[in-house]
Design a protein around this ligand. Structure first.
Ligand code: ANZ
Ligand code: ZN
Length: 787
């Protein structure tokens, strides 16, 4: 690494860049673009996952800057949350101490990592100047009836001692600590995301092709729209997706842990029912809905009435029916539904075949296909006033109360006279009291409840004695609107300055981890729609384009502290330098794929970077002379065109591969004695600009060696000469077992891989078993086939 002194480069260029204000939004007269990286949670220093995401996002932002766009690329911290609180309990300190110390550490690493962010945008969600507006927005939700306090069975993490949103329960376990989640009856705040279920689904149409398809699929499944019908069986309605099977219904089942079951149960069945319910309460939803579990349940002693036949149907309670879905009650159709069949077999209940079932409607419509039969039954139910077509969703309202300290206080007070009273806007923010250490230890209620002189206030409405709400908001509320705050981080008149949001939003490119597909990415979409309905923003979707990166893993396994297989970002940077780490991250593969750090080579990146530095030194500062080698010029412009397209498509790893080709071509020219040829200089200057997207220090160093003033980041994307860039094509012979079978027109500069792919896709090759290939780009491919 002798001539690749990354330490010296990192020391030299950082202060120079900072003094130039290279990345200030508004610094260019071009069209505006915004790129937002999912902001960091300040636990410890930046890690490999951050490094990957920031390398990818930064390459896109820097590409835009080179193209002359006026780019907003902000930076901030998602700085409320449990890890800070747990650290404060362990250390006897205040969560802010740990939080803001970590933020400083991360900010320093950020600067060293040389991302093109505008530091003037910097925000922290735990600053009162930020959470004041989180509270303000909560009150707007409350005014619109979109925030509601109600009693419900909620997910409870026994380790973190706080409730969790459904989205934070992964396979029955706490998303954060992995503990098995149980249920509790609590009065809690909910944001009514279900009111936006249809819009969240419908608006996905405009995201298709711009958001990763798996994210959209996960959101669609999470919202889980089921069209069907509500049918009236007397004491209650059921939800069914198969109203056409209603004549096969032989019994009814309700969720045991629902108020409905308790109210229906007769006194004779009460002891058995109570015993059953207490068994069910400790179970997770996952357990309850597992297929081929032995069926359990109790008869409630009550009966319902079939909406069409009037038949008396027994009502059971069974754990496979969940309280939170549909109406929490079903009609059981054992002839059509596997779970109902198993239940009928276990408890010896009738199974009624439903061939000819529509005879029950006394019509000529027997033999309809399923869709028509459903429509027929729904129409008939509506006509007889025993049901109606309807939709249900898997999506539940978003539970936002948390019984923890280090979060945004919920800005309401509870008054014996006036019930729930919002804290007036001009009294915001409701500041957190100064609690630390042991005072934060989780108990059955929020730690804030113990801060009596904070809790006890005068009612803003009647002046009588009242109490503050002692829960704090889910931190996902903080992160549902931060991208808007970036546009005017110091604004004091509202959550964001309308004009600034009009200028920069929605976000053109959002970058972050796919693990947020149904958490953050769904909540942000919901918030944006509510803000639109409040008249605060003029768009419905927050992010035009989303790029989700894979994980950095090691030897095929996820890195984790408990596994002891963490790769330390700081150590990698100390060994290989920032640029080599960044280049390795981007070059490893398509952005969405996982990177196995055992399979990549930061040392290889170092070798490449030292080669390009030498190349720049070889070209040096001498003014070029000579005619300008045409072949090299063609190659340079063709590669620049390819790199431009690849950057647009976010195929960043392939763009890097093309940059490496450009470096090789320039090196060959230098070795052939063309160091002073204008074509060589053009190639190496273009290479510096391209590399400034990925390896800013090395690119700046090259730029200096070529005799330029600092600031390669704003040198401008090289102009591509269309004539030089035009692909020349040549005719390639496709042979099969040595015999000419086809002539393919291919680009003169085609790679062996691309040429082989073309050949294999040709009609002459399809259906053959290729055992060996001979590829000589661009003129010949021979496929050896068997049989
Ligand atoms: C009768 C029937 C017959 C059903 C049949 C299905 C098939 P999705 O697609 O997930 O929406 N169901 C309704 N509420 C339920 C609850 N709270 N807990 C458990 N199961 C519930 O599923 C809807 C179907 O799941 C509904 O349609 C109902 O069973 C059941 F051949 O009604 B079906
Ligand atoms: Zn009052």
């Amino acid at each position: 690494m002798s001539d690749y002194d990354f330490q010296a480069m990192q020391r030299r260029w950082r202060p120079v860049w900072e003094s130039l204000g290279l990345f200030d939004a508004g610094a260019s007269a071009g069209q505006r673009r915004s790129l937002v990286d999912m902001f960091a949670y300040p636990s410890g220093d930046l890690h490999m996952g951050h490094a990957e995401a920031y390398a990818l996002g930064d390459a896109v932002a820097r590409f835009w800057i080179q193209q002359g766009y006026d780019v907003l690329h902000p930076v901030g911290w998602d700085s409320f949350g449990l890890p800070a609180e747990n650290a404060a309990i362990r250390r006897g300190t205040h969560p802010a101490d740990w939080t803001y110390a970590n933020i400083e550490t991360q900010a320093e690493s950020f600067r060293r990592y040389a991302t093109s962010v505008d530091w003037r945008t910097r925000l922290h969600t735990s600053d009162p100047s930020y959470y004041r507006w989180t509270q303000w927005l909560f009150l707007r939700f409350l005014e619109r009836g979109l925030a509601e306090r109600r009693r419900a069975a909620v997910n409870w993490c026994p380790v973190d001692r706080t409730v969790l949103a459904n989205e934070q329960v992964i396979a029955g376990r706490c998303e954060r600590c992995g503990a098995a989640v149980t249920k509790r009856e609590l009065t809690q705040w909910f944001l009514k995301i279900t009111a936006y279920a249809d819009q969240l689904l419908d608006d996905m149409a405009e995201l298709a092709g711009h958001w990763p398809a798996p994210v959209l699929t996960m959101q669609r499944n999470w919202i889980g729209r089921s069209p069907g019908a509500y049918l009236d069986f007397g004491p209650f309605e059921v939800f069914t997706t198969r109203p056409d099977t209603v004549f096969g219904a032989t019994f009814l089942v309700v969720a045991p842990d629902s108020p409905l079951a308790a109210s229906l149960c007769t006194s004779g069945q009460r002891p058995a029912f109570d015993a059953y319910v207490s068994r069910v309460r400790g179970m997770s939803e996952i357990e309850r809905t597992t297929a081929d579990r032995a069926k359990t349940g109790v008869f409630l002693g009550a009966y319902g009435k079939h909406p069409f036949t009037g038949e008396r149907l027994p009502i059971w309670a069974a754990d496979y029916v969940l309280p939170g879905y549909g109406t929490g009650a079903i009609m059981a159709v054992p002839a059509h539904d596997q779970r109902d069949l198993e239940f009928a077999e276990t408890f010896d209940l009738p199974v009624r075949p439903i061939a000819g079932f529509l005879d029950g409607l006394d019509t000529e419509l027997d033999g309809l296909d399923q869709e028509a039969a459903i429509a027929r039954v729904v129409a008939e139910a509506e006509a007889r006033d025993v049901g109606r077509g309807g939709v249900t969703y898997r999506l539940r309202d978003w539970l936002v109360s948390r019984q923890r300290f280090w979060g945004c206080p919920i800005p309401v007070v509870h008054c014996a006279n006036c019930a729930i009273v919002p804290v007036p806007d001009d009294q915001l923010p409701v500041l957190l009291p100064d609690l630390r250490g042991d005072q934060l230890a989780p108990g059955d209620v929020s730690p804030l409840a113990a801060a009596r002189d904070w809790v006890e206030v005068d009612c803003p409405r009647c002046g009588g004695p009242a109490e503050r709400d002692t829960d704090t908001m889910d931190t996902f509320v903080d992160s549902s609107w931060y991208f808007l705050r970036y546009c005017s981080p110091a604004y004091g008149e509202g959550p964001f300055e309308p004009e600034a949001v009009r200028r920069w939003m929605p976000v053109d490119q959002y970058v972050g981890g796919a693990e947020h597909a149904v958490l953050h990415l769904l909540y942000v979409r919901f918030f944006t729609k509510v803000l639109r309905d409040l008249g605060l923003v003029g768009f419905s979707e927050p992010f035009r384009r989303v790029m989700t990166q894979g994980q950095v893993i090691l030897n095929g396994a996820a890195m984790s502290k408990s596994q002891g297989n963490m790769v330390d970002l700081g150590e990698q940077i100390d060994t290989y330098g920032v640029d080599a780490v960044r280049l390795t991250m981007v070059f490893a593969g398509p952005p969405e794929d996982d990177i196995d750090w055992a399979d990549v080579s930061p040392a290889g990146s170092v070798r490449f970077l030292s080669r390009v530095l030498r190349l720049a030194a070889d070209v040096g500062t001498t003014p070029p002379t000579g005619p300008g080698d045409l072949n090299l010029r063609r190659n340079t412009h063709r590669l620049l065109r390819a790199i431009t397209d690849l950057m647009e498509q976010r195929r960043l790893n392939v763009a890097v591969a093309r940059a490496m080709e450009l470096a090789n071509a320039a090196r060959r020219a230098v070795d052939d004695g063309l160091a002073a040829d204008p074509a060589t200089r053009e190639a190496v200057e273009a290479l510096s600009v391209v590399l400034s997207l990925f390896t800013p220090y090395t690119a700046e160093e090259m730029w200096a060696r070529l005799g330029h003033e600092p600031g390669v980041a704003r040198a401008g994307w090289p102009a591509i000469d269309p004539e030089l860039a035009a692909e020349r094509t040549v005719v390639c012979a496709l042979q099969v077992n040595g015999k000419l079978r086809a002539r393919l027109e291919v680009p003169a500069g085609i790679t062996a891989d691309d040429l082989l792919a073309l050949a294999l896709a040709a009609p002459a090759a399809t259906g053959r078993t290729v055992t060996r290939t001979i590829v000589r780009p661009p003129h010949l491919v021979n496929l050896v086939v068997s049989g």
